[in-house]
Design a protein around this ligand. Structure first.
Ligand code: SF4
Length: 345
């Protein structure tokens, strides 16, 4: 890859909005989210449940289910030297189908649900490889080639006896093995971007550590960019080089992981970090509780979404929404504390 390509984002999400029209009212699940993912970067997206992180990722893959829909914004993805706006592509059209599962793959929270119980995991991965076979080179792949690739992937993700295990059904595998098989499935089409949505939620702590180490190794081996979604700040510290902090569908702050952890600028990030007892080494800490309740989705606060819980709230905070803007050469925050009084929101 040339130097310019390395410094050009692989994915640029700009002012993305996703709403759900429910009988009770409109839920703005994603309300103007923007961030970039660079080639080979591990981006951590952190936030409490309901902050819009999973919906944002489903929007990238055009998998938002009705009554949800992308109402505005851009999702620019770089493929073959061209920029494609995924938000404008028909969700079931050929280009989106080729990108989804091919160039962008998802590791879901619950791998049990991702595999069909009536086919072996190997058959399902072989089908995915044959569907996106061109990503493995010019030669048309035979079923035997696809099976050999699957066995190799099982070996890469640390599944012992790979040539036997490809013939297992998902319900015959332990939680940890299923998660590894799911990672093999996600890698089967050589994606340039992997979206891992809380991938260690459903497995025990020891296996979680192994899966995180595995993802780090695979990222280094394949130079795949990863968006790592989690509510666990410890996982972010271990995995990510860059962090996006989300709250009520908006990005509160983003920047390199060291700066976000050591010099957070946004009161929400500061509150998250203040509540953590220790943040050292491999200590894993779930997202702490911050004073005040997360507002109900139908009662979204006017102005800055964090203002009802913010210790630094000012008069203007309930009247206007602060935009995301640079607050240091490398950090961005959406907070009036860092806006000039004279500046517009
Ligand atoms: Fe707090 Fe105001 Fe900043 Fe929002 S804009 S985080 S309410 S200081």
């Amino acid at each position: 890859m040339d130097a310019a390509a390395e410094t050009t984002p692989l994915l640029s999400v700009r002012d993305l909005r996703v709403s759900f029209a429910l009988d009770e009212g409109l839920v703005r699940a994603v309300d103007g989210t923007s961030f970039d993912v660079m080639p080979g970067q591990v981006l951590g997206v952190v936030g409490e449940s309901g902050c819009g992180k999973s919906v944002t990722m489903r929007a990238i893959l055009q998998l938002v289910e009705r009554p949800g829909r992308i109402t505005s914004g851009e999702i620019r993805f770089r493929r073959d030297g061209e920029i494609v706006d995924l938000a404008r592509l028909p969700p079931r059209g050929p280009v989106m189908r080729d990108i989804r599962g091919g160039e962008i793959a998802l590791i879901p929270q619950e791998p049990m649900a991702a595999f069909s119980p009536v086919h072996t995991v190997g058959e399902q991965i072989i089908e995915a490889i044959l569907l996106h076979g061109h990503r493995w080179g010019e030669k048309k792949l035979s079923r035997k080639d696809a099976r050999d690739i699957t066995v190799g992937l099982f070996r890469d993700v640390g599944i012992s006896m790979p040539s036997q295990r490809v013939d297992a059904y998902s319900w015959q595998l332990s939680g940890g093995l299923r998660q590894r098989a799911m990672i093999a499935m996600a890698l089967s089409c050589k994606p340039r971007l992997l979206i891992a949505d809380e991938p260690t939620t459903a497995i025990d702590v020891t296996t979680q550590a192994q899966v995180l180490a595995l993802l780090r190794d695979l990222q280094a081996k394949y130079n795949t960019a990863i968006i790592f979604i989690t509510h666990d700040l410890g996982v972010i510290a271990q995995m990510a080089s860059y962090v996006v902090v989300m709250y009520l569908g908006r990005v509160m702050e983003q920047g390199p992981v060291d700066e976000i952890f050591h010099t957070p600028k946004h009161p929400y990030t500061q509150a998250l970090l203040r509540s953590i007892p220790s943040m050292t080494g491999t200590t894993r800490v779930a997202l702490p509780v911050i004073s005040g309740a997360l507002p109900h989705p139908f009662n979204r606060p006017a102005g800055c979404p964090f203002h009802p819980r913010c210790p630094d709230v000012m008069e203007r905070c309930s009247k206007a929404v602060p935009s995301l803007r640079p607050v240091t050469p490398t950090q961005l925050a959406s907070c009036f504390l860092h806006h000039d009084q004279a500046e517009p929101s």
